[in-house]
Design a binder for this molecule. Structure first.
Ligand code: NAD
Ligand code: MG
Length: 389
């Protein structure tokens, strides 16, 4: 048996925060990896630089207007260049041994599904895709014999704590949450929170969208739905606890009273490495955990009055059907509007609830259904965005 070297890898969202952390690990083991496709939204120059460094087969930008820049930047390299949603899907369908799904938002769904259909290993960071598609994605994983490895630090922790155990013996799964930059802010302060304040996360350095999600706690809401699909123990066994230090990444409690936790530094290269090397292990340059220096790990209950997002997400997953896809789409629109200065911070989750309250389509049965539900929810959410005075 054993893994054949080099392994081929595709990074969807190569220019982002997760993409950069992944490529940082690959860069340290050049003999072990062969890069198939690298993709980005519009940053053609940065993407071309990465494609040349890693000698990728092909570089793809989602934004068609960036194709000319990409072609120019890759000229003479022998690296393929393409643009648009279909090219993204085609790149993902080249069947790399492992695909890092690290596009932000539901925009990553179609390419992630294309990678799943090749039956390889999918290291999933793109939680919005799984939240929107839910059973459509997990059914495709089963049908095509693909392996879905969670990269989201909490889910990666849970996955590790479940190794060698049976889901049937799980009493509870507890997702830890840092609480975000506004953890201790009053409702009144939250109303005036600016985008610049929201993207300054105390423990993690991440893309703008997930940083805002972390500030509203919608990130934990999305992760609750993500966990529901990855670890089918039932919604009543899923918990959330605030843990400001972000050292315990999540926990699994078993029927005998044992609780297993995974600990590590707040560095996404740790869960990414765990997925890249699974079921083996690889070296990372990450700072080692020094618990004596940290001194204290603290925990407290989540406050769903100041941060209603986790309640809204739990209700959406219980409602089922199209609700999680609608929640995700409405949240993407609201976060973009907030970052654009159009709405107040506290309006983000309120508007998600407003969109959800307007009735729901039936559960999606295929990728096209999910995309249609997503588009319709985005249109509804956009109508609700009114400028802040
Ligand atoms: P980011 O904004 O830094 O990067 C996003 C990547 O997706 C970029 O390469 C960008 O070019 C690409 N992209 C953006 N819009 C696109 C579109 N419409 N079509 C195609 N490509 C597009 O985001 P990130 O922080 O790296 O997060 C990526 C995903 O990983 C998100 O789903 C996020 O929730 C998840 N995640 C991130 C972290 C983290 O620490 N950054 C942790 C856990 C999970
Ligand atoms: Mg996470």
């Amino acid at each position: 048996g054993g893994v054949v070297m080099p392994r081929s890898i595709t990074v969807l969202g190569a220019t982002g925060s997760i993409g950069a952390s992944t490529l940082d690990l690959i860069r340290r083991e050049p003999d072990k990896w062969r890069v198939v496709a690298l993709t980005a939204n519009g940053n053609a120059i940065e993407l071309a630089k990465l494609a040349r460094e890693f000698r990728a087969e092909i570089a793809v930008v989602a934004d068609e207007a960036s194709l000319a820049d990409l072609c120019a930047a890759l000229s003479g390299s022998g690296i393929g260049a393409a643009a648009g949603p279909a090219a993204l899907v085609e790149a993902a369908a080249r069947g790399a041994d492992i695909t890092i799904a690290a596009i932000v938002g539901c925009a990553g769904l179609a390419p992630t599904m294309a990678a799943i259909e090749q039956g390889g290993v999918i290291a999933l960071a793109n939680k919005e895709a799984l939240v929107s598609a839910g059973d459509v994605m997990t059914a495709a994983v089963a049908r095509h014999g693909a392996t879905l490895l969670p990269v989201d630090s909490e889910h990666n922790a849970i996955f590790q704590c479940l190794q060698g155990n049976d889901l049937a013996h799980v009493r509870a799964i507890t997702l830890t949450a840092s609480g975000g930059p506004f953890r201790d802010w009053s409702l009144e302060q939250l109303q005036r929170a600016t985008p610049a304040e929201a993207v300054k996360h105390p423990n993690w350095s991440m893309g703008a969208k997930i940083s805002v999600d972390s500030a509203t706690m919608m990130n934990k809401g999305l992760e609750f739905i993500e966990a529901f699909h990855l670890f089918p123990v039932g919604v009543e066994r899923l918990r959330i606890i605030v843990h400001p230090q972000s050292i315990v990444h999540s926990m699994v409690e078993y029927r005998d009273g044992s609780t297993l936790a995974q600990l590590g530094p707040s560095d996404m290269r740790v869960p990414i490495a765990s997925a890249l090397a699974f079921p083996a292990r690889m070296d990372t340059p990450c700072e080692r955990l020094n618990l004596a220096a940290i001194g204290q790990l603290t925990f407290r209950a989540a406050d769903e009055v100041r941060f209603p997002a986790t309640r809204v997400a739990r209700e959406a997953v219980i409602a089922g059907g199209a609700a999680p896809a609608v929640l995700n789409a409405a949240n993407e629109i609201a976060v973009a509007a907030y970052l654009d200065g159009q709405i107040a911070f506290t309006r983000i989750v309120q508007s998600v609830e407003d969109v959800l309250s307007r009735g729901l389509a039936p559960a999606p049965a295929c990728l096209e259904d999910v995309i249609a539900i997503d588009a319709e929810a985005r249109a509804r959410a956009r109508e609700l965005m009114e400028p802040v005075r």
